[in-house]
Design a protein around this ligand. Sequence first.
Ligand code: G4P
Length: 303
Amino acid sequence: MQYQWYPGHMAKAKRQMQEDIKLIDVVVELVDARIPLSSKNPDVDVLAKDKSRVLILNKADMADPAVTALWKAWYEKRKFFVAEVNSRSGSGLKAVQDCINEACREKIERDRRRGILNRPIRAMIVGIPNVGKSTFINSFAGKAIAKTGNKPGVTKGKQWIKLNKNVELLDTPGILWPKFEAVEVGKRISWIGSINDDILVPEEMANDLMAYIISEYPGLLNGKYGVEEVSPEDKPGALLDRIAVKRGCLKKGGETDTERAANLVLDDFRGVKIGRISLERPASDETDNASQSEKIGAENKAD
Ligand code: G4P
């Protein structure tokens, strides 16, 4: 199965972001807490290399909290200020404000030394599609949303959301696309539902996902569907067959409807009905993850 996504207009989005980044002090980057590396576009590291960095592990309510804590430490080691957030409920937003203040502490002190007082911090949200940027902006800005008009020296048409007296947010997020060099990255992004499902084969996706869940979270599928997870006689797809039978996903004539069963499993996973599951964890030998992002970063520079 080939994972393909996002056409050429993304080059334009990248150029736009290059322009926007010049206007801001801090880049607030959202990733999906279930795949904090695969949902991160390493281009941002190149585009924002001179900026303060805040990383939001968004949708933390869907991920395994123990693994999220590992990722938080992993990114903090790499000089990010990190917050775990549920943008839907608003939990973790206070920590985001603290991260922004911390990330900009040097800038605020530099301003103060120069006699510039109360110049607001300017922030920009970036992330791949569906990671929760709009939801985050709405809940972070909350009722305080007040758009400031164009300002001299700022590119025409830019709108800033005044969050409070200290922070202004560029109202259009920077959208980048995920990198699909590694097959695993494509798989994880498809599992969380961020690739148009129409082009994918549900049975393959569900089988791969269930194999992962069995290896990392044994017992969860059994608890959810009441079926044996692995049996010595199993042929490929046997588990999906068992789930289809158990859930009455049958075609006329009694044959199992594995496509329906696969979609049921994928929906249950995306609705957090199987459990809070993280799809990747920092490698115990950290060089593995680091070399992956460095490799991708190097390819980007060659673009
Ligand atoms: P984007 O701007 O980055 O493309 O993402 P957007 O905010 O549109 O969010 C994509 C989906 O993710 C939305 O669900 C949104 O509600 C959900 N979401 C965002 N942040 C969180 C979070 O922290 N936790 C959880 N559980 N969900 C989150 P949707 O089903 O596509 O839309 P809706 O029915 O919620 O409106």
